[in-house]
Write a protein that binds this ligand. Structure first.
Ligand code: BG6
Ligand code: MG
Length: 216
């Protein structure tokens, strides 16, 4: 049995139900550019930075844009996303997320956020979740997107915990890959087919507890 000393959480789709807003905002943009964008195609965007997501979206639509136009559309998507998340309510915190964070902290285990999103701090603040994390690493603090492990490495380094004693919670395939390549354990949140590389896959943090954590 490993003595887990830190839990590092992705935000979108793990702690809060924001993955749907990212999808809706990208879909609106795709429709504006005259193509459709499915939820299956959206799986490729999960965990990926804003500009890299736009590039994948444009590739799907077969559209080539200048750097300036890409900046414009990325800003537009983000404005729409911010409009949606600024209306979020506490019931959009995913089931069991707050309870598990509290249980982990009460057990003396450190907590970090490891998110690709530049909007992460604002979302945590809006839902009163900021104080539940010892360290917050978001899209403003990293240069390399998942599946690069930079976001999780920075979290563990700031917490001063060895990587092999960290567990990452992720809903994106790119995030699972990032965690494993950092030599951390990974709990996948979502579909076992998409997240097959994770150590275990669960539907959500409501299915997690300290016993399962320590058995990883
Ligand atoms: C990730 C999401 O958490 O953050 C991606 O899974 C998103 O869908 C990425 O593109 C970047 O988010 P933001 O808020 O900086 O545009
Ligand atoms: Mg996510």
């Amino acid at each position: 049995m490993t003595k887990i000393k830190a839990c590092i959480f992705d935000l979108d789709g793990v702690i809060v139900d924001t993955a749907k807003y990212h999808y809706l905002a990208w879909k609106e943009l795709a429709n504006e550019l005259a193509f459709d964008f499915s939820e299956t195609q959206n799986e490729r965007l999960k965990g990926i930075s804003r500009m890299a997501s736009l590039d994948i979206l444009l590739e799907i639509g077969g559209i080539k844009l200048t750097k300036q136009e890409r900046e414009k559309y990325a800003t537009k998507k983000n404005q729409r996303y911010i409009e949606m998340v600024s209306q979020m309510q506490p019931d959009e915190i995913l089931p069991g997320a707050k309870e598990f964070l509290l249980a982990v902290r009460n057990a003396g285990i450190k907590t970090a956020l490891g998110s690709a999103s530049k909007n992460a701090p604002a979302i945590l603040k809006r839902l009163n979740l900021t104080a539940l994390f010892d360290v917050i690493i978001d899209g403003n603090k990293v240069t390399k997107a998942k599946p690069d492990p930079e976001v999780f490495i920075k979290g563990a380094d700031e917490l001063d915990i060895p990587y092999e004693l960290c567990v990452v919670f992720e809903d994106a395939e790119a995030g699972v890959e990032a965690a494993l390549s950092a030599n951390m354990k990974c709990v996948g949140i979502g579909s076992p087919e998409t997240l097959s590389k994770a150590n275990i896959v669960i539907d959500g943090l409501h299915q997690m507890n300290l016993n399962k954590l320590m058995a990883l």
